[in-house]
Ligand binder design. Structure first.
Ligand code: MN
Length: 132
């Protein structure tokens, strides 16, 4: 049973359209589209974003103190740094990044690397510590 209970059932379904969302460059250097985020959409316990890295692009090594983050790769090829580990990632891969774990991602392919990023609790800049 969930400990998170909505105060009221929303009157309208929460649905967003990826292609209508303006991207921004986040702290770690990736291009982000916030698909669902509490500050924008009124949900409670998590955030879902799409990240895009150009060929040769690399995110800055960072960690989140509160959020557990899950990556799910949509398209492209990359090399993941996860703590002391380094491993390749590709379409269909899901990676769980526990709070406190340093992580970074490099696009090692010739096409944009696109992935979904889910944070619980929701992503917050002040929860993100840059490490390099
Ligand atoms: Mn992160």
């Amino acid at each position: 049973m969930s400990s998170i209970k909505p105060k009221t059932i929303p009157a309208m379904p929460c649905i967003t359209k990826r292609d209508q969302i303006t991207p921004y460059i986040t702290l770690d250097g990736s291009k982000i589209r916030e698909l669902i985020h509490p500050t924008l959409h009124g949900n409670q316990a998590q955030s879902l974003a799409e990240a895009s890295l150009p060929p040769g692009g690399r995110t800055q090594l960072h960690r989140h103190h509160r959020s557990e983050e899950i990556y799910h790769v949509l398209v492209g090829e990359g090399m993941m740094q996860w703590g002391e580990a380094h491993f390749p990632i590709g379409p269909g891969d899901s990676i769980c990044i526990p709070p406190g774990t340093a992580h970074a991602l490099e696009n090692t392919g010739n096409t944009p690397l696109r992935l979904l990023c889910c944070c619980s609790p929701a992503y917050a800049h002040d929860d993100t510590e840059l490490l390099s």
